[in-house]
Design a protein around this ligand. Structure first.
Ligand SMILES: [Zn+2]
Length: 71
């Protein structure tokens, strides 16, 4: 849940409802790196579960819609 909060905060959303309404129909959505020490945000497909993080050099980026439990 905290990763989701980090993502909402870095994208400027007040809450999950606002985020959901903005991205539910989009084909590219913000995702966040799941490594504890990293909070890099990238744009990925809504169902992306292992996106590439340049910072960590690993496939650790999850889409915000997955984090929000919308997929
Ligand atoms: Zn990372």
């Amino acid at each position: 849940m905290s990763k989701l909060n980090d993502l909402l905060e870095s994208e400027g959303f007040e809450d999950i409802i606002e985020f959901a309404e903005t991205y539910v129909l989009e084909s590219i959505v913000p995702g966040i790196c799941m490594n504890p020490a990293c909070s890099n945000v990238y744009e990925y497909e809504p169902d992306q579960n292992e996106g590439w993080c340049d910072c960590c050099a690993s496939n650790t980026v999850k889409s915000g819609l997955i984090l929000a439990g919308m997929i």
